[in-house]
Write a protein that binds this ligand. Structure first.
Ligand SMILES: Nc1ncnc2c1ncn2[C@@H]1O[C@H](COP(=O)(O)OP(=O)(O)O)[C@@H](O)[C@H]1O
Ligand SMILES: [Mg+2]
Length: 387
């Protein structure tokens, strides 16, 4: 793949990553010399997941979302060209010998909450919150946390029907068991609350170095999920957050008790993290554990938490007339990623309390180009991380 040119100008260079259905490369625009990232999906395996991701990226366009340059296909691959970003939080976590300071964790957590609120405000849930799916920017944006990888995202609210998705059980787990909410592993349909509970576990992973349900022995597939479920359920927020500021305990407690259709209180969660920073006399200066020196940040590259406007009421044009097609693709996506069912027959509480959420229109560019690449990519069946 290296050296190949896509869409006339984008020359693939270094391999950045490899996922379930494709690969990611850096690419240089041979005309402008600007760098990009190219995500490729082999047509016969990908089932159009990448096209869905392209739709989502253009729908989510905004601060901390990788900008999509173009989407198209050639003979063998679907191809997405987007803004090149930096290391993932998992990369930095490994680099820092599996430990982040309270300050770094809070600064990351605040931005993760901002990003997920943005995604939720656009009627989507992410469903695969994990450190690999949050990536730092590059250059003068290297202090900004981006959210990536919308391959498992799902629309949780239909504006045209003014309806939240229904609560169901006995679902197969979508996402990554280690960070998944208790309800998600139990087999409940996911909603906004599950993304937030997962953020809580990611933050505790950063502070503690690992989570109590990692490395449970000798269980595969369904059995392993049941073990993880049991361990997670039996680990109280107090135990999980022992020796760390009590606000983290509150964070986990709150996220575990959000109702299925409720809009989470993002401000409350941000408030907890800000409270910790205050207590430790720290400010949000974007000076992370891995930085060698204090960053010099230009004013227009800082968007303080809560500064930007999230619109929950207004005109929604997104995917008008495309709802059906989109939902089918999403359904397909869920099936592809499905793993053995974990059905423990437990009943969570439900309250009906939905709110109209709006979004913007998309304009997905389709580019057709000839390329006779035959080089194969290794395809893994699932993207499930080992817990
Ligand atoms: N735009 C990007 N710039 C730089 N690295 C990226 C970019 N997108 C993805 N990556 C890297 O590639 C990895 C896999 O990409 P991702 O979109 O998460 O696909 P997958 O579905 O395979 O997990 C990410 O964890 C990240 O490290
Ligand atoms: Mg990923």
């Amino acid at each position: 793949m290296q050296g190949k040119i896509f869409f006339k100008y984008y020359k693939a260079e270094k391999k950045l990553g490899e996922g379930s259905f494709g690969k990611i490369y850096t690419a240089i625009n041979i005309k402008t010399k600007e760098l990009y990232a190219i995500k490729m999906e082999r047509k016969e395996y990908g089932q159009g997941l990448l096209e869905t991701e392209a739709h989502i990226l253009s729908h989510l366009k905004g601060f901390g979302i990788p900008e999509m340059k173009t989407y198209g296909y050639n003979q063998n691959y679907n191809i997405l060209v987007m803004e090149l970003l930096g290391n993932s939080l998992e990369d930095y976590f490994q680099k820092m010998k599996k430990s982040f300071s309270i300050k770094t964790t809070c600064m990351l957590g605040l931005q993760m909450l901002d990003r997920i609120e943005w995604v939720h405000s656009k009627n989507l849930i992410h469903r695969d919150i994990k450190p690999d799916n949050f990536v730092m920017g590059r250059g003068d944006k290297n202090h900004i946390v981006y959210i990536i990888d919308f391959g498992l995202s799902k629309k949780y609210f239909s504006v045209s029907k003014n309806l939240h998705i229904k609560f169901t059980q006995n679902k197969k787990l979508t996402g990554t068991a280690r960070y998944a909410s208790i309800n998600a592993i139990k087999g409940c349909e996911q909603s906004r609350r599950d993304d937030l509970e997962a953020i809580g576990y990611v933050l505790m992973y950063f502070l503690r170095g690992s989570l109590p349900w990692q490395g449970l022995k000798n269980k595969k597939g369904e059995d392993r999920y049941i073990k993880i479920y049991e361990k997670k359920k039996n680990t109280t927020p107090e135990e999980l957050c022992k020796n760390f500021p009590e606000e983290f305990t509150e964070f986990i407690k709150y996220t575990r008790h959000i109702q299925f259709e409720s809009k989470p209180d993002y401000d409350y969660l941000r408030g907890l993290l800000k409270h910790i920073l205050n207590k430790y006399n720290e400010c949000i200066d974007y000076y992370y554990d891995w930085d060698k020196e204090k960053p010099n940040i230009k004013e227009n590259n800082i968007i303080y938490t809560n500064d930007y406007h999230i619109e929950y009421n207004g005109k929604n044009e997104w995917l008008k007339n495309k709802d059906e097609k989109f939902n089918k693709k999403m359904e397909k996506a869920s099936n592809i990623y499905s793993k053995p069912k974990v059905s423990l027959n437990l009943t969570p509480s439900i309250i009906k309390n939905s709110k109209t959420i709006t979004s913007i229109s998309t304009n997905l560019q389709q580019v057709k180009t000839a390329d006779n690449s035959n080089s194969g990519s290794r395809i893994n069946e699932t993207n499930y991380a080992q817990a």
